[in-house]
Design a protein around this ligand. Sequence first.
Ligand code: PLP
Length: 375
Amino acid sequence: MKTKIWLSSPHMGSNELEYVKQAFDTNWIAPLGPLVNLFEEKLGERTAVSHVAALSSGTAAIHLSLKLLNVEDGDIVLCQSLTFSASANPIVYERAQPVFIDSEPDTWNMCPSALKEAIEYFIALGRKPKAIIVVHLYGMPAKMEAIMKIASDCDIPVIEDAAEALGSSIDNKPCGSFGTFGVLSFNGNKIITTSGGGALLSENAEHIAKAKFFATQARDTAPHYQHSEIGYNYRLSNVLAGIGIGQLEVLDDRIKARRSNFEYYKAQLSHIPGISFLEEQQGAFSNRWLTCILINPEKNNGIDADRIRIALEAKNIESRPLWKPMHLQPVFADAPYFGNKNAENLFAQGLCLPSGSNLTEEDLQRVVTVIRNIF
Ligand SMILES: *Cc1c(COP(=O)(O)O)cnc(C)c1O
């Protein structure tokens, strides 16, 4: 059996270990320290956002953003349906009500007209939504101009889940810098990784100060560990921040490699009937975290995404369906949904291909050969 080809595996640069060694040499082996501060500074520079809290995960960042927006029991939070469950789970941590919004076909992200419909529906009921969670799925920027316009017309804050989109942008404005809050993730399969980690971004200094307060067990300023609020243990380790600083230095290389994976697949596969690729809209720049294709079985004698996935698996190649939409998940069965089943159709036809920045030309050829042989 040939070696395994992973969907998206970690790809260390040359300086990460040096920074980790700094943490050891200075004995800052703690969830705070000079490398955490430096990582925050560099993330702020990269995303053009003024204030950053480095956290233990992207999920923690979404959770804290909901806390900072005072999302409480019974509040409505609108969330993109086609996403990873971590976008939506924190809504339930706060006992709020998730309401799922469909995707539109151009970016696969939140459909502005379904969003508007949902907002109007709940405002008419006297239950104005407390927040909107929009996602830049697989690195592709959502239609932020339209979404921010709708949100600001109704004065509803936006949490921008850029967990998959570090380095993506719209008209050169970085993803993560559009919303009231931006969220990043450095989990093991993201474009850069600290093994686990995340960050919360905001232009509002008080919000980020409060996020750091909540993330360190909500300790009041007193020597005797006094608490007036319930806190969390959500800060990033100084050791892991060292990995993050090294990874940020190679982010542009990683984006280049992932974008060239996309170009390779497109050149090799787009002539096959029924296979299509997600293109960038005017002004959008995707980090191409994952290359995902749609396979329409009606155009190629019934070959569907699952058939390809299984054939790849037989050759020791990992591929994966798109995220199963949240409104189809058993755990969210009771949550309202607004839209026209675009997310469902994408889920039925989509497949994420191996997309790591460390794939070789030979790896890519192996993937393409399996797919071409099926057709
Ligand atoms: C990975 C991811 C998250 C969560 O980040 P973690 O760091 O794994 O907690 C949130 N949203 C999306 C869209 C993600 O892909």
